[in-house]
Design a protein around this ligand. Structure first.
Ligand code: ZN
Length: 206
């Protein structure tokens, strides 16, 4: 699936907002421009929603289990910035759609604890502080190296497996642990062989 591209839309929004800032507050021109800004915002929201519909359908038809980070409420309360709230709202909408479609297609959708997924080493579990500009994960404890987001995704995958009562298969090396890799356990295959029930501890599927 292609990633959503909102560059043009945000450029337009920026332009319209600039125009608004030059209008006299309370004038007819201001009111008209305010509506023009609203129109661009609605267009963006609709485009995001359409995209989320397509993405969630694709996910639940492609996989039998999808694991996502939950919304970190504590973090959100600390930082009530507007951009962050919007991002959180978009994520909440995405999860809601995903869960709804997971129900329809019989796909497990599991929210996992988001805290520490970036810091934690996916191989050995040791936590390392990682400022946002550090794009690589390089573990001082076990030496495991990979992309920052890939490491976080592996942690989400492991937490999801744990939630479903499935262990991380011993034979699977972390390097080959992506769901698309045929040499590793895909989420689809694991869930098919294990057929676990949500929130119920089941033995590790072999
Ligand atoms: Zn490590």
């Amino acid at each position: 699936m292609d990633w959503i591209d909102l560059e043009d839309e945000y450029e337009r929004l920026y332009r319209e907002q600039r125009k608004l800032s030059r209008k006299e507050h309370g004038s007819n021109n201001y009111e008209n421009q305010r509506q023009a800004v609203g129109k661009v915002k609605r267009h963006i929201r609709q485009k995001v929603l359409d995209y989320q519909h397509k993405l969630t359908i694709w996910l639940v038809t492609e996989y039998d289990a999808v694991f996502v980070e939950d919304l970190n409420v504590a973090e959100m309360l600390q930082d009530d910035g507007n951009a962050r709230n919007k991002q959180a709202a978009a994520w909440r909408q995405f999860i809601t759609l995903l869960e709804y479609k997971g129900e329809l297609y019989g796909t497990h959708v599991v929210q996992v604890e988001a805290a520490g997924t970036t810091k934690e080493c996916a191989t050995c579990g040791v936590e390392t502080a990682k400022p946002i500009w550090v794009r690589e994960h390089s573990c001082p404890s076990c030496g495991f190296e990979c992309n920052r987001d890939a490491n976080a995704a592996m942690n989400v995958l492991q937490r999801g497996f744990a939630e479903l009562g499935l262990g991380w298969p011993e034979s699977t090396s972390v390097e080959t642990a992506f769901p698309t890799d045929t040499h590793s356990v895909s989420a689809k295959r694991v869930v098919e062989t294990g057929s676990p029930t949500l929130n119920e501890a089941t033995p590790v599927a072999e």
